[in-house]
Design a protein around this ligand. Structure first.
Ligand code: SF4
Length: 448
């Protein structure tokens, strides 16, 4: 039976020492109850509490990190089935597979594609997340291609071979970069467990169907491994979807520990060489519980839509997307250029920004921190009000960039113009268009 935060709190030391990186024992207990922390983070918990809390306090889905440093990614740690219930915690990783048996030129081109697969959307960087190197030559070649991939891209690696000798060679070359070992199977699991333990690397288990996967994860858990990833080797896209949903439900609803791990999927394995279909199946994985998604190519036409879909699925529905609060410049602005302000709701920012850009006029746009709310909502919530706007103007440095003292506010909040003029001593407050689409015409009138 699931324990409540208060049940757990009663068994903690109640010293609020903060050694668990959470300020109080109560806050730590609440995190434990929600599956967002591990009991082992509290070094002071008694043995008695440990055995009482045990599995009840373990997160239902393990967080697994692949790679080291700034490019490492973490998947798993999810606590809900649907993003409207709360939020998904760790975005799935999307990357590309290369074959060690390919020519040096082919490998070079694939690595260059992967490195170039980087886009900016809504002020966020979206990029290829890893390189999966599959051994299709001998062990030495596998190791050297893995090294080359690590050096050329600094992306996290997935090492793919069912041969422990090949895996050992590649791990000797790049094991310190914490690659994901793919995969332990029924026939090689003992050797793969040994390698994963020796190099402290996460390990995927691969078997046909979730029942067989659970047998392998139980064996790996019994051997002391914690960072596991599951692969049910589906034969078609329907089986992949079914297995992902079943595993997620088993982990979260039934707290079934052998399936409480992130998944890895290969949409190319179920699309008969059809790259478009592979991308569509990849989208299915993004939406339904694929944690690590391995594609056969990293061209922008397939990488970009999947990364954008991921961005939308893993956006926190309780936190609107926000633009950075600062002064943005358009064209070649000078001391006479107009100065607009609006809120930091991303959609507002992009629409206003697009209209100013299309006018081709030099201009400044001040984005006021307003908790990601749109103009009228922010005004009604007290987040886009004269006092806050005046504070932003004072701190932004805009007064050093322009010679005039004129600020253009959105027409939707014309009612604050008088009060803003009082807050901004010496400034003239101009009410701009109600609709952003009228900005180009407004600027034209102003210039003419
Ligand atoms: S480390 Fe343990 S005792 Fe200290 S605040 Fe956290 S839960 Fe409480």
């Amino acid at each position: 039976m699931a324990l409540s935060g208060l049940d757990i709190f009663k068994m903690l030391p109640k010293t609020n020492c903060g050694d668990c990186s959470v300020p109080t024992c109560l806050a730590f207990a609440m995190k434990l109850a929600q599956g967002q922390a591990e009991l082992s983070s509290c070094p002071h918990v008694s043995d008695e509490a440990k055995s009482a809390l045990g599995a009840a306090s373990a997160p239902p889905m393990r967080a697994v990190t692949v790679g080291v440093g700034g490019t490492a990614f973490t998947v798993g740690e999810e606590t809900v089935l649907f993003r409207h219930e709360k939020t998904f915690v760790n975005p799935c990783a999307i990357g590309v597979q290369i074959q060690s048996g390919d020519s040096d030129e082919q490998i070079g081109a694939s690595l260059a594609d992967a490195a170039a697969s980087s886009f900016e959307r809504v002020q966020m960087a979206l990029r290829c997340g890893f390189i999966a190197v599959q051994s299709t030559g001998d062990a030495a070649r596998f190791a050297s291609v893995a090294s080359r991939a690590a050096d050329a891209t600094s992306l996290p690696l997935i090492l793919m071979s069912s041969d422990p000798e090949h895996m050992a060679a590649a791990l000797d070359a790049v094991g310190t970069k914490r690659p994901l070992i793919h995969a332990a199977t029924e026939s090689n699991i003992d050797a793969m467990i040994e390698l994963a333990a020796k190099h402290s690397c996460p390990m995927a288990v691969r078997a046909s169907g979730l029942d067989a996967v659970a047998v392998l994860t139980e064996k790996a858990i019994g051997a002391g491994l914690k960072d596991l990833v599951i692969d049910s080797a589906p034969q078609d896209a329907a089986s992949a979807l079914r297995d992902h949903v079943f595993a997620r439900r088993a982990a979260l609803n039934q707290k079934f520990a052998p399936l409480g791990f992130p998944t890895i999927s290969f949409p190319g394995e179920v699309s008969d060489g059809d790259e478009m279909l592979e991308t569509v199946f990849g989208a299915l994985d993004v939406v339904k519980y694929g944690s690590i998604i391995v594609l056969s190519g990293a061209e922008p036409w397939r990488m970009l839509p999947l990364l954008v879909l991921r961005q939308n699925i893993f956006t926190d529905p309780q936190r609107p997307m926000q633009a950075e609060s600062k002064i943005y410049e358009y064209g070649t602005p000078g001391p006479d250029s107009p100065f607009f302000v609006t809120t930091n709701f991303s959609l507002t920012y992009f629409i206003v920004s697009g209209e100013i850009e299309s006018s081709k006029a030099g201009a400044y746009l001040g984005i006021v921190e307003s908790e990601g709310l749109s103009v009228l909502t922010a005004w009604a919530a007290g987040k886009f009000v004269p006092e806050r706007i005046a504070k932003f103007v004072a701190a932004s440095g805009i007064a050093d960039k322009i010679g005039h003292r004129e600020i253009i506010i959105p027409g939707a909040v014309a009612q604050i113009s008088g009060e803003l003029a009082e807050e901004l001593d010496g400034w003239n407050v101009v009410v701009g268009p109600y609709e952003a689409s009228d900005i180009p015409a407004f600027l034209k009138r102003r210039a003419g």
